[in-house]
Design a binder for this molecule. Structure first.
Ligand code: ADP
Ligand code: MG
Length: 324
């Protein structure tokens, strides 16, 4: 035993044992993107970290509707007149979005942007009644046509506009984890704002992940052990302003074009971040009853909701595991 300790110590002193935690954070995709990983070879670890951040940049260039050069902006400009050819990645993300639209009866709908574009949370601006009247008929996921053979997208309404803000970060997080596993990394966390995916664990124990208190920035409502999973939280505290005691924030109910106000936050846990990202937004819009019913119908998916009064609600599997 002593020999082994001396041997390990000797190897470390010789500079061969250089494993370390690497952590890097950047402002991207309108939020903070962070890559934290355990690197047995720090040089290779740093290269993998750079590759993940470059991937985020590439996807942001493709999927940011506010960047006039992006493919998504091009869809929004032209796909009513003609089918617009797109990348397989955009097809995948839009198809997954439509899957959650169908599953939720339209609570998740990337065409919410017809109304969403009239909000300015920094300036405290909400859409006028006349703007909402024009936007209403253009919010309808059933009018988004994906041709996966021709790899193109077509929109069925002139006023229609797509925004992937409720799913693209999750997709990028999954891509980031894929880059890290391909590079041989076994323990890491990739996060983009409220969307995180955890690869592996902390050696002999899971990571403890806190879910933020929706009204007290420095407090958690619950802390849970997680490993090899994704978790996303959608909250009404990310981008908002209040007027006459009413909170206007960035998650919209596609039916009304107004902010969804049934709950304060919705967190979803599942293997992939593309799913937790879309589902946390979906459950936020659906509220406690319908949101939990949806999550309980999906195997391997869990949720924790903070309702309008600040009370916690858990999906079936989490309830079972906490009462065991
Ligand atoms: P965050 O972007 O703060 O991580 P979410 O994942 O909940 O939070 O996504 C909110 C974003 O999703 C909004 O900024 C907007 O781009 C988009 N979004 C808002 N309402 C909807 C909706 N009903 N369906 C799909 N996407 C939505
Ligand atoms: Mg989301």
């Amino acid at each position: 035993m002593q020999c082994l300790v001396l041997l390990v110590l000797g190897v470390c002193l010789a500079g061969l044992c250089r494993a370390e935690w690497l952590s890097e954070t950047r402002s991207m995709m309108g939020t903070e993107v962070s890559v934290e990983l355990w690197a047995t070879d720090p040089e290779r670890g740093r290269a993998a970290q750079r590759a993940v951040l470059a991937e985020f940049h590439r996807l942001d260039e493709m999927m940011n509707p506010w960047n006039a050069q992006s493919l998504l902006a091009k869809i929004n400009r032209r796909a009513f007149d003609d089918a617009v050819p797109v990348t397989p990645e955009l097809i995948e993300v839009i198809q997954r979005s439509l899957y959650y639209s169908r599953l939720s009866g339209g609570a998740f709908d990337i065409s919410f942007a017809a109304a969403g574009r009239y909000y300015d949370f920094r300036e405290g601006r909400v859409p006028l009644a006349s703007e909402l009247a024009v936007a209403g008929p253009a919010i309808d996921y059933r009018q988004i046509s994906v041709d996966s053979t021709a790899q193109s997208i077509r929109l069925g309404h002139r006023e229609m506009s797509l925004d992937l803000g409720g799913i693209a970060k999750g997709y990028a997080v999954d891509r980031g984890i894929r880059i890290l596993t391909d590079a041989g990394i076994e323990s890491a966390v990739v996060s983009a704002g409220g969307d995180s995916r955890i690869l592996g664990n902390l050696g002999d124990r899971p990571r403890m992940i806190g879910i933020r208190h929706p009204r007290k920035e420095d407090q958690y409502v619950v802390v849970i052990p997680l490993e090899d999973t994704a978790i996303s939280t959608s909250g009404d505290y990310e981008r908002f302003f209040e007027r006459d005691g009413v909170r206007f924030h960035h998650i919209l109910d596609p039916e009304t074009g107004d902010s969804a106000r049934k709950v304060r936050s919705a967190s979803v846990i599942a293997p992939l971040a593309i799913d937790t990202d879309a589902l946390s937004t979906t459950v936020f819009v659906l509220g406690v009853e319908k949101g939990l019913a949806l999550v309980n119908s999906l195997p391997g998916v869990d949720a924790i909701i903070v309702d309008g009064e600040g009370k916690l609600h858990y999906s079936q599997e989490l309830l079972l595991s906490t009462t065991e």
